[in-house]
Ligand binder design. Sequence first.
Ligand code: GSH
Length: 228
Amino acid sequence: MLKFYYSGAPNPTKVALFLEESGLPYEPIPVDTRKGDQHKPDYLAINPNAKVPAIIDGDAVVFDSNAILLYLAEKTGKFLPANNPKARGELLSWLMFVASGVGPYSGQSVHFRNYAPEKMPYAINRYAFEARRHFGILDAHLAKRHFMLGDTYTIVDMDVWGWARLIPNVLGEGAWEHFKNLKRLVDEISARPAAQRAVALKDKHKFKTEMDSEALHAMFPHLKEKVA
Ligand SMILES: N[C@@H](CCC(=O)N[C@@H](CS)C(=O)NCC(=O)O)C(=O)O
């Protein structure tokens, strides 16, 4: 059975959404990133990047949420747009946009707002600005279509949902005010039974919740090594 290495964080949760939507049988395997499980040799052999999610499917090992979504969609033939160059171009463009922009800027915005040991206004503003700009592009795109690629619910919507449902954590309370179209999509997906199961998945395992010194050093290894 497909093994799904996960935590309750945004990137694993979008893969959980696909797995729940598609009905593919899978075994969820917790990786407690606050305890440092992501740095253990057994896990590094699966994902050398020491992050979740990752999957093992037979002899295929796939890491990075965006790669996993594409792999699973191609494997099952589900949640893909029409099979033509125009639709595939759109699919790849928006997947990469989320992978290289929405995810990293949102993650850094949360980091500098909530976890950086010093409050650095420049960094907070830089990442919030870029996260807001990226969400604004998604919002404008969704003003003219129901789903990201038109009329069909695809892996791009799942990819967007992973981070967009956490917009208040990324940009602060009240931020939804600026992204009405994106909110419509997020609310519609969040109401789906598969999304509710994906969000609840983390409750099947006991993950550490405290953000104590062990957790900070596991998730932010640069705290103990000065490289610049
Ligand atoms: N590009 C990767 C990013 C993965 C990532 O940053 N995962 C976070 C959870 S959302 C994680 O593993 N954090 C723990 C850590 O950085 O130690 C993906 O989309 O899968």
